[in-house]
Write a protein that binds this ligand. Structure first.
Ligand code: GUN
Length: 300
């Protein structure tokens, strides 16, 4: 069997299109333009690329983008003062502080200083608790993107066995909560899980978010299962020339795609969904802040 390839790039484009339509409606009917503030501390090259892409896509959807680039030596008090200003700014509906922060800054303290209703990353402890108890919350972007792809491919997820490989606060744990909310039977597997291959083989859905290149192989996958690969790992590619690299997922694509029913590629699978869901969360936050109806199909 050869798996259907789940095209995250195309789906992300559809999500951005829906966001743009809703933004245009907010402007025309209510005179409101959603605004996203992104805070970057320091010069980490990967973070600079992410922040640039976020800003570009925010503008392309018709929203306002506010970028705050701070020196790597910025102190906690200064960063917290900026967040407080953004919390109180009515033109800002979403706030994202790019992670990782420089070591001298306490990430938990900074994230929990963001107003929960503007926390478009869904990392604030209040949103984590709300998601865990099934209350309305802001949902972390990458797991939300995975959920959208799964619902689009499978329809109802009710009663399916889902295995999430990886227990991070950013992906693994919120992903498990979202799958549970959609009535899956959920297992979280991790580095200490016994017989992890057999655990994965029992799954109708495997979400791989461990950060270990090509760890999950075809013989871990049940025939026909749906495989969502969150991994983005840069590895050496000597076949492309000396010193060359390539990006691979946490799933060994060649062997897994021979067994799975459907699979996300890397790149072009989950990756593009993250920013699309950030834009969706910003519109959702804007609608909630103004007591307006939320866009259909863009939240969990
Ligand atoms: N750094 C890498 N991914 C993310 C993300 O989704 N949100 C934030 N705030 N920082 C990140």
């Amino acid at each position: 069997m050869s798996a259907k390839i789940i095209d995250g790039k195309a789906f992300a484009e559809t999500v951005r299109g829906k966001v743009a339509v809703h933004v245009a409606r907010l402007k025309a009917d209510h005179g409101i333009t959603p605004g996203l503030a992104v805070v970057l501390v320091g010069e980490d090259p990967a973070s600079q690329v992410y922040v640039r892409n976020k800003g570009k896509q925010t503008l392309e959807c018709g929203m306002n983008s506010f970028e705050h680039k701070l020196d790597a030596s910025t102190g906690e008090a200064e960063l917290l003062a900026l967040i407080e200003r953004l919390n109180n700014d009515p033109a800002v509906h979403g706030i994202l502080v790019q992670l990782p922060l420089p070591k001298h800054l306490n990430e938990d303290l900074v994230i929990n200083a963001i107003a929960p209703d503007k926390d478009v990353d869904g990392f604030h402890i209040s949103n984590v608790g709300r998601l865990g108890t099934g209350q309305k919350s802001m949902v972390p972007c990458t797991p939300l993107g995975c959920l959208m792809l799964l619902r689009d491919h499978l329809g109802s997820l009710s009663g399916l066995n889902a295995v999430v490989v990886g227990r991070s606060n950013i992906v693994g744990k919120p992903m498990a909560n979202l799958l549970l909310k959609d009535s899956c039977t959920v297992t979280i597997a991790h580095s200490r899980t016994r017989e992890i291959e057999a655990v994965c083989r029992a799954a109708d859905i495997v979400v791989a978010a461990v950060g270990r290149p090509e760890m999950i192989r075809g013989d871990w996958i049940r025939p026909g299962a749906t495989v969502i690969d969150v991994g983005i790992n840069r590895v050496a590619a000597p076949d492309k020339g000396e010193g060359k690299t390539r990006i691979v997922g946490d799933v060994h694509f060649e062997s897994a795609s021979a067994v799975a029913g459907a699979i996300t590629p890397v790149p072009g699978g989950v990756g593009p969904m993250t920013i699309a869901c950030l834009l969706a969360n910003t519109v959702t936050a804007c609608c909630r802040a103004n007591g307006l109806a939320e866009p259909e199909g863009l939240t969990a």
